[in-house]
Design a binder for this molecule. Structure first.
Ligand code: PMP
Length: 294
């Protein structure tokens, strides 16, 4: 996108003019929150859930968003329309704003609000057809008592370290364990396994984001005669699963076929996973908030 309009503190500005101060605490301290949302076929998918999570994250870090939820919804739609997009990845960033060099958030007068609507697509088709190879990594997911992974904060260093470790191990994505060694989530995705017709994902309280796509999968799984459970599981359960897949706004539903050098079942995406991918695509393309009036 050569010309791109960015929403910055109430105004739509050209990408080259969309600049934030070096004293912004989002930059200096990772003090802020974000959301990643997708639009498909002229509709914003699960828009309300993303807005709810944004405002819940703000509440958790005591951050005042200077827009009401209704104003934020309109601002997002306006930004997508200004860029003429039907399919989009939308990034919302709200930082504590400009302060001084100390970390005191009270010195920040107003939050910085950024909305970027972009046309990027993230994983190539072959990964949906053939599946991903992933690895568990040494860096553990933050413990909820320190920085709760349920807050979608700007502080992603934990996940970035895990991503670097996965890349160095020769795979694209990392599976992060929590401090007790239970499987938590990936660096930007939730994780699911299927074993004997039972679909299992870790409960969020052990240290995982309550992913919106995770919620979609939990909602539709019973249609495929899958028993659904939010339960802790270990690396052994990963290695011996019948199927494994990840969910996220960027990745959607993506099969995993190898973990730490162990093939999952026969090393091909499983039947349930394929059905869930089709169902997800159908929902994404036919439901959601219309961007342009009909
Ligand atoms: N876990 C983490 C750490 C994430 O950053 C994300 C979102 N990118 C997810 C899980 C998936 O959440 P969602 O389905 O809402 O995109």
């Amino acid at each position: 996108m050569s010309s791109q309009k960015i929403f910055l503190n109430g105004e739509l500005v050209e990408k080259s003019e969309a600049k934030v101060s070096v004293f912004d605490h989002g930059l200096l301290y990772g003090d802020g929150i974000f959301e990643g949302i997708r639009a498909y076929n002229g509709r914003v998918f699960r828009f309300e859930e993303h807005l709810d999570r944004l405002y819940e994250s703000a509440k958790a870090i005591l951050l005042d968003i200077p827009l009401t939820k209704d104003e934020m919804r309109e601002a997002v739609l306006k930004t997508i329309r200004a860029n003429g997009l039907e399919d989009a990845y939308i990034r919302l960033v709200i930082s504590r704003g400009v302060g001084d060099l100390g970390l005191d958030p009270q010195k920040c007068e107003a939050a910085t609000v950024i909305i970027i609507a972009s046309d990027i697509t993230l994983y190539p088709d072959e990964f949906y057809e053939n599946g991903l190879e992933v690895a568990t990594v040494p860096t553990r997911r933050n413990i909820p008592e320190a920085l709760n992974p349920r807050i979608k904060s700007l502080n992603y260093l934990n996940n970035i370290l895990a991503k670097i470790e996965a890349n160095r191990a020769g795979v694209l994505e990392a599976i992060m364990l929590n401090n007790e060694g239970y499987v938590a989530e990936c660096t930007g995705d939730n994780i699911f396994i299927i074993k004997n017709g039972k679909l299992i994902t870790p409960p969020t309280y052990i240290g995982a984001l309550k992913g919106i796509k995770r919620g979609v999968v939990l909602e539709v799984a019973p249609e495929f005669d899958l028993e659904v459970a939010e339960e802790v599981f270990t690396r052994h359960d990963l290695y011996t699963a019948d199927e494994c897949f990840l969910t996220g706004t960027a990745a959607e539903v993506i099969p995993v076929v190898e973990i730490d050098g162990r093939q999952i079942a026969d090393g091909n995406p499983g039947q349930y996973t394929k059905s869930l991918i089709s169902k997800f695509r159908e929902l994404a393309n036919t439901t959601g908030t219309l961007i342009y009036e009909e």
